[in-house]
Design a protein around this ligand. Structure first.
Ligand code: AMP
Ligand code: MG
Length: 491
């Protein structure tokens, strides 16, 4: 393939700061062209935010870029090298089926990675084909955009193209490429890679790069690498608390799937919890429940400890002191996480000040929800709409006394009832990308070529806090026959 430039007015404005790191960190290569690309979905509002011209993106030339058949001007595609602990086992990884095309500089001056996922084999593909199937790429599109609308930091999805080529899995499936947009694709695993196989200079180059890109204020700090660690911890504590508050289960929290930026990344076997149960796992490969809903905050801490380990040579020249500094930071993580979570839970119950007993009030609610298999999202929605009688808890012996305590708590805070209601409305989503809804949309799209179900779902998911009558049909929990739901890694 020749390196051609896309039509100038598409708006691509690419830089490649990552390519200026030592070449130890990546392999330069171009995407493998595909036979007959067809645009399946384009995120027009995101495209506009990025300074891209929607009409041009939809043109044949525009689509060729999303397919990897044409390289936009200014791009220098590369596969990033990284390592990671996968289910606790450390291994060399890297972009095996993705390429970083470049960094788009937006009209607001922001820098975001543009990555093609499913763009062909790379030196890091190991046994894989470097390709992706349409269903899982649309799944990532739907769930990542839903997460964004829920106010949760995430990579975004700009477009999905069908390649016109089959991918061979258990059966032949239609192939596709997702264009993913991220603050960066720097992972905990990128640092592990540098720490294990690089020199201290290379590790330092990576850390300086991450600081410059994500935490520029740390450049003025006395120990900038300690500040890097501290801020990554803060962002993960914020992120994972938000996952817990909406019942999102990532499913594969390996260290290569944890972004330094604090964005949710890599939507593989992720899913939203229906009935409240901390032991909930959807992923077919997570037999031990390592990444179960209730474990996510602890796994977050475990991954951050791996990040701290990788940074040790930069934290202090004396190793013992470096370890001490790292431990001091890591030990703050769970408290920070819990503080965020508690604040979010108070908001879900319409509570806007702090009382010591709040934790117990919340814990008692969750215990009840687990005992009576209450749907997590529906319970908070019913409370928000002032309809506790619609919950599975209503009428149980524990409910009336609990409800009385909650109401008394709301009365004590001396905040007008409508303020409290508004807080609940903006904290409790009416709709989440429930598994059965996502499956229905993917079934229509990937099997029948009918994209209308997905488009309607995306529209509803874009306003999760609207609490509007049109959303009603998307709010119901799945029928009992749909359970237990199992997800598969998105390959
Ligand atoms: P994931 O489970 O999606 O985070 O992927 C783990 C690793 O496997 C990453 O290094 C991916 O690039 C790689 N990988 C996943 N699927 C494929 C594939 N079909 N071909 C090549 N590499 C893959
Ligand atoms: Mg991954």
């Amino acid at each position: 393939m020749t390196k051609e430039s896309a039509r100038k007015d598409t708006g691509w404005n690419l830089d490649n700061s990552y390519a200026r790191l030592p070449d130890f960190f990546y392999a330069s290569l171009t995407p493998t062209p595909v036979r007959s690309p067809k645009l399946i979905i384009l995120n027009e509002s995101l495209a506009t935010e990025l300074g891209l011209n929607v009409q041009e993106l939809r043109s044949e030339d525009g689509v060729e870029v999303f397919a990897g058949n044409r390289i936009p001007e200014g791009a220098s595609p590369l596969a990033q090298a990284y390592a990671g602990h996968q289910f606790g086992h450390f291994t060399m990884l890297g972009d095996g089926r993705a390429l970083l095309i470049g960094e788009q500089i937006t009209p607001q001056g922001e820098r975001v990675d543009i990555q093609l996922k499913g763009s062909g084999r790379t030196p890091f593909s190991r046994g894989g084909d470097g390709r992706a199937a349409l269903g899982p790429m649309l799944r990532e599109y739907i769930i990542s955009e839903a997460m964004h609308a829920l106010g949760i930091a995430t990579t975004r999805s700009l477009a999905v193209v069908a390649t016109g080529e089959p991918v061979i899995r258990e059966t032949d499936l239609p192939g596709a490429i997702l264009t993913r947009v991220a603050s960066s694709h720097l992972r905990v695993g990128t640092f592990q890679y540098a720490a294990n196989w690089g020199t201290v200079e290379q590790l330092k180059a990576l850390a300086d790069y991450a600081i410059h890109r994500h935490f520029p204020a740390a450049e003025a700090e006395e120990n900038r690498y300690l500040s890097l660690l501290r801020q990554v911890i803060m962002r993960q504590a914020a992120l994972i608390s938000k996952w817990q508050l909406v019942g999102f289960i990532h499913g594969v929290m390996n260290t290569d799937n944890m972004a330094i930026s604090g964005e949710t990344i890599d939507y593989g076997p992720c899913a939203f919890m229906d009935t409240y149960d901390p032991a909930t796992v959807f992923s077919s490969i997570d037999v031990q429940g390592r990444y179960a809903y209730g474990n996510q905050p602890y796994i977050g801490g475990w991954n951050l400890a791996r990040f701290a380990e990788a940074l040790l040579p930069l934290l202090h020249e004396d190793q013992d002191q470096a370890v001490q500094l790292a431990q001091d930071e890591i030990s703050k993580y769970l408290k920070l996480y819990h503080k965020n979570w508690l604040a979010g839970m108070r908001a879900k119950l319409g509570i806007s000040n702090e009382e010591k007993e709040d934790e117990e009030l919340i814990a008692d609610l969750l215990t009840m929800m687990q005992k009576y298999q209450a749907d997590y999202t529906s319970t908070f929605r019913a409370f928000t709409l002032g309809k506790p009688e619609d919950t599975a808890l209503f009428g149980t012996p524990e409910f009336a006394p609990w409800h009385e305590r909650w109401q008394a708590r709301l009365d004590r805070q001396q905040v007008a009832m409508d303020v409290s209601q508004q807080l609940m409305r903006s904290s409790n989503p009416a709709v989440i990308p429930r598994n059965h809804l996502v499956e229905e949309a993917l079934e229509a799209a990937a099997s029948r070529g009918d994209y209308s179900v997905m488009e309607r779902l995306l529209d509803v998911l874009s306003k999760p806090f609207a609490h509007s009558p049109e959303q009603e049909e998307y709010c119901a929990p799945p029928p009992q026959s749909d359970r237990p739901y199992v997800t598969y890694c998105g390959t």
